[in-house]
Design a binder for this molecule. Structure first.
Ligand SMILES: Nc1nc2c(c(=O)[nH]1)N[C@H]1C(S)=C(S)[C@@H](COP(=O)(O)O)O[C@H]1N2
Ligand SMILES: [Mo]
Length: 384
């Protein structure tokens, strides 16, 4: 046949030849996708465990950029998976419509797993992207759904790999050259060109977004969200206006409550400023993947805990002036609470905290998700 190949609809398996539908291409794309998804899954589990820690889980305080790196990888590998998934589907999608639909039990299992896999993978990538864009066109709580479907996707990937193992081994073992089995008359891109194009798509997707976390990429990252300068050189996710705290946070009669086993003390901003101050260089690392280094100054959490009779073995809860929404509270595990670098910050980059960064005081601790760095703190409780 010369020129474009025409497929019958639905196509017969034998018609699916040529570089686009070559198993060598599909297997290499699958390998790249498997690695990207694997990193994305593990870093996602880590982020989930930090936010909803099971009893056996502890997350270290050093290096201070650890969460910044794991969550940056989570978002970058997720975004890199989008062009990879589309390229992989381009190589295999006609097979999803071949006739007869089911030929054996193994074939049925394979097809079902592929259906689940494609659905779950798209759900994860699209819901993740929309979350970064702060667009929630759904009724479910994003983290719960994104987390649950991740397990479905990984389960389906493992079934898929198990079923396809013989093909995968054969395909990855075969050289990629355009050999005699791809006639010159065959229209469409060659295997190498197709793979190179998919690779270019991945590089473009990474460059377009990674600047949110890698400072020197910032200028080329046209798709990166919230990389622009916020007040004091740090982006803002939730402003004081959006949180409804403008009046309470700027009220001169503001008092911080600190509650512990021995006492409940009430501290004015002047009282906090009169306590020993510590400077710490720590990043804000948002779950959405953006991050920024900053210099903070304020009172050690440890000193506040001691002041009310708390011990270094106790977790500490931070409660915001913000009454609406889900992020008005966080719990700082004891390991972090007793750390030298965990501060109730009063200053950011050499100035009094901007209202949008949590004035009069906010939590900042090493190696933590941004979502747990509570702003506009009004009460601190040493947890029994
Ligand atoms: N009270 C309160 N604190 C909050 C939030 C919030 O919505 N309310 N957002 C959190 C999130 S998601 C991030 S990433 C950081 C961002 O801090 P920044 O706005 O100072 O950069 O603040 C955290 N602290
Ligand atoms: Mo965040």
């Amino acid at each position: 046949m010369t020129g474009r190949r025409r497929l019958s609809i639905p196509p017969h398996e034998e018609e699916l030849t040529g570089p686009l539908h070559d198993e060598r291409v599909a297997a290499r794309l699958g390998l790249a996708l498997g690695i990207a998804f694997g990193i994305c899954f593990i870093t996602g589990l880590v982020s989930h465990a930090i936010q909803q820690p099971p009893w056996w889980f502890t997350w270290p305080t050093r290096p201070v950029n650890l969460y910044r790196v794991t969550q940056g990888l989570h978002v970058i590998t997720g975004i890199a998976s989008i062009p990879l998934l589309l390229a992989k589907l381009a190589t295999v999608y006609p097979r999803l419509f071949t006739w007869p639909p089911v030929r054996s039990a193994a074939h049925a299992l394979e097809r079902a797993s592929v259906l689940v896999l494609v659905g779950a993978a798209f759900f994860e990538l699209i819901s993740g992207l929309l979350n970064i864009a702060h667009w929630y066109p759904w009724a479910f709580f994003f983290p719960t759904a994104h987390y649950a479907v991740a397990w479905i996707a990984v389960g389906a990937i493992l079934v898929h790999i198990a079923v396809k193992l013989p093909v995968i081994r054969r395909a990855l073992g075969a050289p990629m050259g355009d050999s005699e089995d791809t006639p010159a008359s065959d229209a469409g891109p060659s295997r190498r060109i197709f793979l190179a194009a998919a690779g270019a798509g991945v590089v473009a997707a990474i460059l377009a977004t990674a600047g949110a976390t890698v400072p020197w990429l910032r200028r080329v990252s046209v798709l990166a969200v919230r990389t622009g300068e916020g007040p004091q050189g740090v982006p803002v996710n939730k402003s004081a206006v959006a949180a409804g705290v403008v009046d309470s946070a700027s009220d001169p009669s503001f008092r911080l409550e600190v509650a512990g086993p021995d006492a409940v003390v009430t501290l004015s901003l002047a009282d906090l400023r009169a306590m020993p101050q510590t400077v710490a260089d720590l990043p804000i690392a948002c779950v959405e993947g953006w991050s920024a280094s900053a210099t903070w100054r304020g009172v050690r959490v440890r000193d506040l805990v001691t002041r009310v009779g708390g011990s270094p073995e106790q977790d500490v809860r931070f409660i915001s002036l913000q009454e609406s929404g889900l992020y008005g509270q966080s719990v700082l595990p004891a390991l972090h609470a007793r750390d030298d670098l965990s501060l109730l910050a009063l200053e950011l980059n050499g100035e009094e905290l901007d209202l949008d960064h949590g004035f009069p005081c906010r939590l900042i601790a090493p190696s933590r998700p941004g979502v747990l760095q509570t702003k506009w703190v009004r009460r601190i409780e040493v947890i029994a």
